[in-house]
Design a protein around this ligand. Structure first.
Ligand code: UN1
Length: 512
């Protein structure tokens, strides 16, 4: 463990040696298998810990169920005060938490700080929301009746999150769930236990400021796939929010559906950008490079398919390759680095396999090789790749979690849309054009089939205020802003009769 990591853990209040379970501020060692930790920067260990067992996950669920009894009747603005104070802790500890994000996920510092900012933003959003969980009053067809709906707390929420946004995605869920009156049990990626424990340590600090808040409103369990499966299978967890691969999401959704629970899925993306002949080239290059190589191509929103008009495709390719040639690749802690490491060796292998498949399928690969000079030993650093390939090559249908950008060419806009929508995933998308007809068509009913549909900016890097998620294999869920909160509540429709008669709806006569 580096001095920076040890210091950040201490500042954040994470007890060492690391323990895999925390219910509120109550830390427990896991009773399961050992989990070695390693930094993607240089392979250094952050210390080992023992994984939580399914029985320990059940304990956290039981604590959440118990906490729910108090939390659901705590006024929503008081729940908002808890989130406000949590947001204050994040502001205070922003740099320390970001240092852990860099150490564990390999993100460059500015992106790690941005991720913590995303947590702060969603806390602010949730605080406002805590006074705005509005229901409707509906015109009743019966005299002397009031018809209305209200939104009520749902129950414990299970959150399963991925390594690439190790803290923000949990915060999107937790901040909203808390103001909605729901306790949260979190199973983070096994690749990023420290950041999760750090988030929980800040919960523990917040709990000491508000002693009436039940400790079970927040738990973390560092466990394996069986921990996620326990959350998915538990009848005491009415909502499971899962972020990760489509394969994982499908398994979670099947288990949750079997018990008729609710799942909120944010799964794979295979995000495209159409660049039209009228596009602003300067803006195009900048937004392409950020979206394709930011977080080393390991965002759900990373740009993977560049669909360029044939008249500009060569120019665009040359300009993107020119920018790629100058990319500072290396230690994500260093000022000026723009591309940090892949998360692990398996990610490198996945990238090389995809590039080999692309070559076999007729693709022309630029870059993509492992970088070993001028980078820390023990990490998996790569030069981002651009692959010129036919739009119907099978590899283009897959999400590979690495900086590979497929360059596809189109002749007319309808064909561009067809290529764009012709993949199983439907998360994020963009069109770069100054032709408003194309822009509006892209946003309209026959345009992009994704959940995030942008014009003249990259598909990556969404703000928290919008609903985040996508269609098809992306899973259909929406997290963070807009009215995503409704998924964390149950809707009760109330018919209140304040008359002395009993008129029946639909004019039914039933005199007894
Ligand atoms: C993810 O990759 O799971 O829009 C989340 C973005 C970020 C969130 C990405 N705000 O790229």
């Amino acid at each position: 463990m580096t001095a920076t990591v040890a210091d950040a853990l201490e500042q954040l209040g994470v007890p060492t040696p690391l323990q895999a379970v925390a219910i509120g501020g109550d830390w427990q060692a896991g009773s399961g298998e050992p989990l070695p930790t390693r930094s993607p920067i240089d392979g250094a260990s952050h210390g080992d810990l023992a994984l939580a067992t399914p029985a320990q996950v059940e304990q956290a669920i039981a604590a959440a169920s118990e906490a729910f009894r108090t939390w659901r009747v705590t006024p929503a603005p008081v729940r908002g005060e808890f989130v406000r104070r949590y947001g204050e802790q994040l502001r205070r500890h922003k740099a320390d938490l970001a240092a852990l994000v860099t150490a564990e996920a390999g993100k460059i510092t500015t992106e790690a700080l941005g991720e913590v900012q995303e947590m702060i933003d969603v806390c602010d959003f949730a605080v406002g929301l805590s006074r705005q969980l509005y229901g409707k009053t509906i015109a009743s067809e019966r005299p002397g009746h009031r018809l209305a709906e209200q939104w009520l707390p749902l129950g414990p929420v299970g959150v399963i999150s991925a390594f690439n946004f190790p803290v923000a995605v949990w915060a999107w869920n937790a901040a909203i769930a808390w103001v909605c009156g729901d306790p949260v049990v979190w199973k983070p990626s096994e690749k990023t236990p420290l950041t999760a424990l750090a988030c929980q340590a800040l919960v523990a600090k917040t709990l000491t400021e508000m002693p009436d808040v039940p400790a079970g409103v927040s738990s973390v369990v560092i466990g394996g796939a069986d921990a996620g499966q326990t959350l998915a299978a538990s009848a005491h967890v009415p909502l499971v929010s899962a972020t990760g691969s489509t394969r994982m999401g499908r398994a979670v959704a099947e288990t949750v559906a079997k018990r008729l629970g609710r799942s909120l899925l944010e799964l794979g993306g295979n995000n495209g950008m159409i660049v039209a002949p009228t596009a602003d080239m300067e803006l195009a290059v900048r937004s392409i490079v950020f979206a394709a190589v930011g977080t080393c191509g390991q965002r759900c929103t990373s740009l993977r398919r560049l669909i360029a008009h044939e008249s500009i495709a060569d120019t665009l390719r040359d300009r993107v390759l020119g920018a790629y040639a100058k990319l500072p690749i290396g230690d994500p802690r260093d000022d000026g680095t723009l591309v940090g490491p892949l998360v692990d060796e398996a990610a490198l292998a996945g990238m090389q396999d995809a590039l080999a498949a692309a070559r076999e399928q007729g693709g022309q690969v630029h870059g993509g090789e492992r970088v070993t000079d001028g980078v820390p030993a023990g990490g998996f650093y790569v030069r981002p790749a651009v692959v010129e390939i036919a739009a119907d090559a099978p590899i283009v249908q897959q999400e590979t979690f690495a900086p590979i950008l497929y360059l596809l060419r189109y002749q007319d806009f309808d064909q561009a849309l067809e290529i764009h929508n012709g993949v199983p995933q439907g998360l994020a998308s963009a069109v770069l054009t100054t032709d408003m007809r194309e822009a509006e068509q892209f946003c309209g009913p026959a345009g992009s089939d994704c959940g995030i549909v942008n014009v003249n900016t990259s598909p990556s890097g969404a703000e928290i205020g919008g609903a985040f998620g996508g269609e098809k294999d992306t899973g259909g869920g929406r997290e963070s802003g807009s009215d995503s909160w409704k998924q964390y509540m149950r809707r009760a429709t109330n018919t209140v009769n304040y008359s002395t008669d009993l008129p029946l709806a639909q004019g039914i006569k039933f005199d007894v």
